[in-house]
Write a protein of this length. Structure first.
Length: 290
């Protein structure tokens, strides 16, 4: 363990920090258009499918049929596109809503379905020669955000810094995946709103260069609106920077412990709890997600 997670004080710090970070996803689902009905999807599509295993199994036959086609032709873009959608829909059945609190949680089977959706997307992207349709890209964008929430939640509940680090790294990778999927949409259907989603996801992932490229594309289309994006997305940029700084600090602490230079608790190696540097302000909204 890289720092003492058993201390009540440190546990409170971590809960507050992760609570602040969770607002990233609440904001993203509202402002990035995830689950708002854009592109043929609704919030209910994203979170309302929690009917359990029976609902998920309803897609088994279609998934098996698509996989049989791929066994014959692994480059079958139609079958791969179908799997992006089918696994996403099956994953929705793994999102459960607590009747009392209204909080959402993702089952392990549900997460696996979303992982298979983005895996199919990756294969589809290659098979399409880098020219995918917008439909699968839109689904992949949303699936990546669901996975980002799931990985973030796992990091928040981790009892060791190593597991926290792994969860945070996965979260960043998911956010970059969302940005790249949305880039496909923005390239095919260029407008400021689509490019702003690309920039937002890149900023949250700590990729300022990718975000700036998206802002530049938006500015070419509408100089006035594009010029405002950088300021509008400043909060996401700052949070992404804090996010990646925390990951870097956790990496350094791990290296110190592995080399014997660091202590077992936050006092060792001068590391302390790097997550406390993220603070609790600047995000707005109230933490959301599952």
């Amino acid at each position: 363990m890289l720092f003492d997670l058993q201390s009540p004080r440190r546990r409170r710090v971590i809960r507050v920090t992760f609570g602040a970070l969770a607002a990233i996803f609440a904001i993203s689902f509202v402002f990035l258009g995830v689950g708002t009905g854009q592109g043929g999807f609704s919030f209910e599509d994203l979170f309302g499918g929690g009917d359990g295993g029976d609902a998920a199994s309803a897609f088994d036959d279609d998934i098996n049929a698509a996989q049989e086609k791929l066994a014959v032709n692994p480059q079958d873009t139609v079958a791969l596109s179908q799997l992006v959608t089918l696994h996403y829909q099956a994953g929705n059945a793994g999102i459960q809503v607590d009747e009392n609190s209204g909080q959402q949680s993702l089952t392990s089977d549900g997460k696996q379905q979303f992982e298979q959706s983005v895996d199919a997307w990756s294969k589809y992207l290659k098979a399409s020669g880098g020219q995918p349709d917008q439909g699968p890209a839109s689904i992949a964008y949303q699936a990546f955000f669901v996975l980002a929430q799931a990985d973030f939640t796992e990091a928040a509940g981790a009892t060791t810094a190593a597991d926290q680090l792994q969860g945070l790294q996965s979260t960043i990778a998911d956010l970059k995946g969302a940005a790249e999927a949305q880039r496909v949409i923005a390239t095919a259907r260029p407008n400021v709103a689509n490019w702003s989603k690309v920039a937002e996801a890149y900023y949250l992932a700590g990729d300022a260069a990718g975000a700036q490229q998206a802002i530049d594309e938006a500015t070419k289309l509408d100089p006035q609106a594009g010029a405002k994006l950088e300021q509008q997305l400043k909060g996401s940029q700052q949070q992404g920077e804090r996010f990646t700084q925390a990951v870097d600090q956790l990496n350094k602490q791990q290296q110190q412990v592995q080399s014997g230079a660091g202590g077992a608790t936050g006092g060792g190696g001068g590391g302390g709890n790097p997550l406390s540097d993220l603070g609790t302000g600047g995000l707005g909204g109230t933490g959301g997600g599952f």
